[in-house]
Design a protein around this ligand. Structure first.
Ligand SMILES: *Cc1c(COP(=O)(O)O)cnc(C)c1O
Length: 361
C-alpha cells in the first residue's frame, strides 16, 4: 500500500475532541435541555419538511431564519449570521481574526474548543486564569494586558462553561473599552442567567455575541447557532464561512423554533428551579464543594472525582462530565440540570457512591 505523507504540523500530538458519550439512562453530561421540542412545534416542522425541495441547495445565508432572529433581538439582518452549530462559528472566528502572528486572550478554566481552534489556526493563546472558587475574570489584569495592543481576539464565556458563573455587563464593557480586539461574548447559556451583552452592540463595533439552539432551545441534535455583531464584522465572517453550512432542514427547524420561542420559556424556568434545588441538595452532602451557577449545569468538587464519575456511570447509569482533567479543576465534576426525576436519581446515586468511597478509606 502506498503511504501518505504526514498531516499538517499543527496536528502533531493533538487528540480529537471526545464528548465521552456513553449509553446511559440518566444523561447529565452535555448540558442539553432535559425536554424535547414541544409537540406542536414538531408538527409544524414536519409539515414543512414534507414539501421541502431538497434536490436544491438551501439559501446560503439562511435569510428567512436570519430575519426572524434579527426581529427577536431587535437588530438588523446584517447584524446576524447563522452557522452549523455555535462550534462552526467558533472556528470561523479564528480563521477571520486569528492565524499566525495573531493572539487570543482566553480566561481558563473555560470551554476547551477555543484553545483547540487557536492551535489549529496557529493563533497564539494568552491565558489569564480566572480566580479560583469564584471563577471571576481579573478585569484589571485583562485591561492591562489589552493595553499592550497586540491582542486580536478576546473570548469571554458568560455564563462560563464549565464553572457556571456569568460575567457582569460592566466588566464586559471595561474589556470592550480596553482595546480594539474583537471581543467574543459566548452566551451559549445566556438564557439561564447573567445579562446579555446585546444591549451594548450600538456602542461597540468590536463586540460579537454567540448564541446557540443547542441548550435552552432544545435542538442540540441539529446543528444551529448564530452570531450577532456589527455588520462590518459579519461581512468578514461571510468571507470565511462554508457557503451552505446551514442545511435546509435546520433552517426550517430554526424558523419554527424562533416563531414559537415562548413555548420554550417553561423549560428555562424549570431548569433554573432544578438548579436551585440541586445546589441546595449538593451543599447538603459532606465533602462536596458546590460552585454558584447562572447556567443549566453545576460544577462541584468532591474527593476521588474520577472514581466517583466512574461509579455513578457503572453502578447507577448516571453520566456526568468529568472536568478534573483540567489542571485548574482538580476533582471537579459537572452535572447538567435534568428533569426532577433525573436530578433526584443523580443525588441519590452520588450520596450512595460518596458514602461507600468515604467509608472504604
Ligand atoms: C454548547 C456550547 C456552545 C455551542 O455549541 P453548539 O452545539 O455547537 O451550538 C458554545 N459555547 C459553549 C461554551 C458551549 O458550551
Amino acid at each position: 500500500m502506498r503511504q501518505v505523507r504526514q498531516s499538517a504540523p499543527s496536528l502533531v500530538g493533538m487528540v480529537p475532541y471526545d464528548p465521552k458519550y456513553m449509553k446511559t439512562e440518566t444523561l447529565l453530561s452535555a448540558n442539553e435541555s432535559a425536554y424535547p421540542v414541544p409537540d406542536e412545534v414538531r408538527a409544524a416542522i414536519q409539515r414543512r419538511i414534507e414539501t421541502l425541495d431538497f434536490h436544491r441547495y438551501p439559501d446560503p445565508l439562511a435569510n428567512g431564519l436570519r430575519q426572524l432572529i434579527a426581529q427577536w433581538h431587535g437588530v438588523k439582518v446584517a447584524n446576524v449570521l447563522c452557522g452549523n452549530g455555535g462550534d462552526e462559528l467558533l472556528f470561523d472566528i479564528f480563521v477571520a481574526w486569528g492565524g499566525p502572528q495573531r493572539k487570543v486572550l482566553n480566561f481558563p478554566p473555560t470551554f476547551s474548543v477555543y484553545e483547540t481552534n487557536a492551535e489549529l489556526t496557529g493563533t497564539q493563546v494568552v491565558n489569564l486564569p480566572r480566580e479560583e472558587g469564584t471563577w471571576r475574570i481579573d478585569v484589571d489584569k485583562a485591561c492591562e494586558r489589552l493595553a499592550q495592543g497586540d491582542i486580536d481576539i478576546v473570548v469571554l464565556t458568560s455564563p462560563n462553561n464549565p464553572t457556571g458563573n456569568a460575567t457582569a455587563l460592566e466588566d464586559i464593557r471595561r474589556i470592550l473599552d480596553a482595546s480594539d480586539a474583537l471581543v467574543l461574548v459566548d452566551e451559549a447559556y445566556g438564557e439561564f442567567g447573567g445579562q446579555s451583552a446585546i444591549s451594548l452592540l450600538d456602542e461597540y463595533e468590536n463586540l460579537l455575541i454567540l448564541h446557540t439552539f443547542s441548550k435552552a432551545y432544545r435542538c442540540a441534535g441539529i446543528r444551529l447557532g448564530y452570531l450577532i455583531g456589527a455588520s462590518s464584522v459579519i461581512t468578514e465572517f461571510k468571507k470565511v464561512r462554508q457557503p451552505y453550512s446551514v442545511d435546509a432542514i435546520s433552517q426550517i427547524i430554526g424558523e419554527e423554533v424562533v416563531s414559537a420561542r415562548a413555548l420554550f420559556d417553561e423549560g428555562i424556568v424549570q431548569a433554573k428551579k432544578g438548579r436551585a434545588e440541586l445546589i441546595a441538595q449538593l451543599e447538603d452532602i459532606p465533602n462536596v464543594t458546590v460552585y454558584a451557577s447562572d447556567a443549566n449545569f453545576i460544577m462541584f468538587k468532591t474527593q476521588f472525582a474520577m472514581r466517583v464519575w466512574q461509579e455513578l456511570n457503572e453502578r447507577f447509569s448516571v453520566l456526568v462530565r468529568d472536568v478534573s482533567g483540567d489542571p485548574r479543576l482538580p476533582d471537579c465534576l459537572r452535572v447538567t440540570v435534568g428533569t426532577t426525576e433525573e436530578n433526584s436519581r443523580f443525588i441519590e446515586a452520588l450520596r450512595a457512591v460518596l458514602t461507600e468511597t468515604g467509608s472504604q478509606r
